[in-house]
Design a protein around this ligand. Structure first.
Ligand SMILES: Nc1ncnc2c1ncn2[C@@H]1O[C@H](COP(=O)(O)OP(=O)(O)OP(=O)(O)O)[C@@H](O)[C@H]1O
Ligand SMILES: [Mg+2]
Length: 277
């Protein structure tokens, strides 16, 4: 069942005036293991515009991570195509930086600042080590980690390690930051704090982010647009506009949460109706 919900769906300024940063056109993704072929997503389309906080929301196994990897250039679509600023995505590149759920994404033998500077140097994004170090410290300051810049990752908490991974991604100033459930492994309080910090960071720099979650509340808090995927294989169920910051926690947020919940669990009912109809 594909539902295109109407709530506040109006063309954003960017949508009306510009091309998308990422254009996902009818993308099916599959895994082949021996004779077995597993379809992860089926004909998914999405357009992500400059400055979007675009959330992919759906149940476990619906292909969110696979889609993110495909946009990252790590997984080739079996049908359809993905374009980044109009160019077909065929491989990974520094224009798409990823932040994962796991805390072990940092190189343990490098300090925090070296971890952030490393991709800047490797990709040739900056001219020399000094410039890399300066830019790394600039972004570490943005995630409130100036004091820990010269520590090693094992001396940091999980939340702090995630901040480093975010700073590392942002320091590359990519076209889009791809975040796969970056806060899912954190305790509830830290998770809320990190969500707030991410929004503050966005207020500061208006970066474009694709954020994967299976938490409805997190999707509503983070996203200005939410793409709802059906259970395995993931298909677009609805595309929703998010709420403004001052509507969070209010009646509109409650209604949206209920609507999304209903859509996520509507399939079962539909199946039953179909079976008996
Ligand atoms: N390396 C792999 N080989 C074979 N099948 C895979 C592989 N990775 C994922 N899959 C399958 O593809 C489907 C989508 O997986 P994916 O990890 O993208 O889901 P997800 O929405 O990110 O789930 P979760 O919320 O649990 O992280 C699942 O059915 C999964 O079993
Ligand atoms: Mg996943």
């Amino acid at each position: 069942m594909n539902v295109m919900l109407s709530p506040p769906k109006s063309l954003s300024k960017d949508e009306a005036n510009s091309d998308p940063i990422v254009d996902v056109c009818d993308v099916s993704l599959q895994y082949t293991a021996g004779q077995l072929s597993i379809l992860a997503t089926y004909k998914v389309s999405a357009r992500i515009f400059e400055g979007d906080r675009f959330v992919l929301l759906g149940p476990s196994g619906c292909g969110k991570s696979t889609l993110l990897k495909a946009i990252g250039g790590f997984h080739k679509p079996s049908e359809g195509e993905i374009r980044l600023r109009g160019r077909k995505v065929t491989e990974p590149g520094p224009d798409r930086m990823m932040v994962f759920q796991e805390f072990d994404q940092l190189l343990p033998w490098k300090t925090v600042v070296q971890n952030v500077a490393f991709p800047l140097i490797e990709s040739g994004k900056v001219k020399n080590r000094k410039e890399a170090d300066e830019r790394a410290r600039h972004y570490l300051a943005k995630v409130n980690l100036t004091k820990f810049a010269d520590n090693y990752p094992h001396m940091l908490s999980g939340g702090m390690k995630q901040r480093v991974a975010i700073a590392r991604g942002m320091a590359m100033e990519p076209d889009i930051l791809l975040m796969d459930e970056p806060f899912a492994a954190l305790d509830a309080l830290t998770r809320v704090k990190m969500q707030d910090e991410l929004l503050e960071l966005w207020d500061d720099t208006h970066f474009t982010v694709l954020f994967v979650t299976h938490s409805i509340a997190e999707a509503i808090k983070i996203g200005n647009r939410i793409l709802l995927l059906s259970p395995h294989p993931g298909q677009v169920k609805a595309e929703l506009n998010g709420l403004s910051r001052n509507e969070l926690g209010g009646p509109k947020a409650q209604t949206l949460e209920k609507d999304i919940h209903h859509m996520l669990f509507a399939d079962k009912a539909t199946e039953e109706v179909r079976t008996h109809g």
